[in-house]
Ligand binder design. Structure first.
Ligand SMILES: Nc1ncnc2c1ncn2[C@@H]1O[C@H](COP(=O)(O)OP(=O)(O)OP(=O)(O)O)[C@@H](O)[C@H]1O
Length: 212
């Protein structure tokens, strides 16, 4: 089971953004998308999440755990997405922010248990009632990722999640992301400018004009 992209192409007003992408990401692994600015990396993630802006169209197949996602609504896809500027809600503490990630279908007790377990598992238990404004950049990044993961997505898309962190924080957040993806055994697709972030996993380079 995995996330598979089969000959995926995106066009904007008839212009193709990149050469067709074919990729299979096994559960628990992270594939990295690289390419020059403007080549369509964020747009590729939006196509997978089902959140493309008006004017873009997709061809090829997106298959998640055997389910074809093309044509389905964003809410049905069960794909989590984390942006570099994923803002936490400033008027809520860490616990309150994480509560936004947990399914509303669970009762209050179950929701609370899920959040506390996630905080415990990630060594953030002491932060539950911290005002998010008092967190460091690295801590905020961890809370944002946890919020995304608490929604129990079947795949996660990460759009430059490390770019605002300095080198040591970047390395520890990278490890944190890897642990989370492995623990939840879901496939992840990471957009980054830095090859170091991929650490030897699958790398997908989006082709520019010269590759068409
Ligand atoms: N809403 C939009 N309307 C028109 N064109 C858009 C829109 N959003 C993005 N584009 C264009 O689509 C192309 C792909 O943009 P995208 O943001 O996916 O690139 P990117 O590879 O993620 O860039 P960067 O590395 O700079 O973040 C670019 O040429 C961009 O100008």
């Amino acid at each position: 089971m995995s996330l598979q992209l089969e000959g995926l192409q995106i066009t904007f007003k008839g212009r193709r953004l990149f050469a067709p992408v074919t990729l299979a990401i096994p559960n628990g692994e992270i594939a990295t998308v690289m390419g020059p600015s403007g080549c369509g990396k964020s747009t590729l993630l939006a196509a997978i999440a089902g959140n493309l802006e008006h004017g873009f169209s997709v061809s090829g197949r997106i298959v998640l755990n055997g389910r074809e996602l093309n044509g389905t609504r964003m809410e049905e896809r069960r794909v989590g997405i984390l942006f570099q500027d994923d803002l936490l809600f400033p008027h809520f503490d860490v616990y309150g922010n994480l509560a936004f990630g947990v399914s509303g279908k669970l009762d209050k007790k179950e929701r609370r248990q899920r959040i506390l377990e996630a905080l415990e598992r990630t060594g953030l238990a002491d932060f539950a009632h911290r005002d998010v404004a008092t967190l460091s950049g690295g801590q905020k990044a961890r809370v944002s990722l946890l919020r995304t993961m608490l929604a129990e997505p079947e795949a996660v898309l990460l759009d430059e999640p490390f770019s605002k962190l300095d080198k040591p924080l970047r390395a520890s957040f990278r490890d944190f992301v890897r642990e989370q993806v492995a623990q939840l055994t879901i496939p992840a697709l990471l957009v980054t400018h830095d090859e170091e972030d991929s650490c030897g996993g699958i790398i997908c380079r989006l082709g520019g004009e010269e590759d068409r």
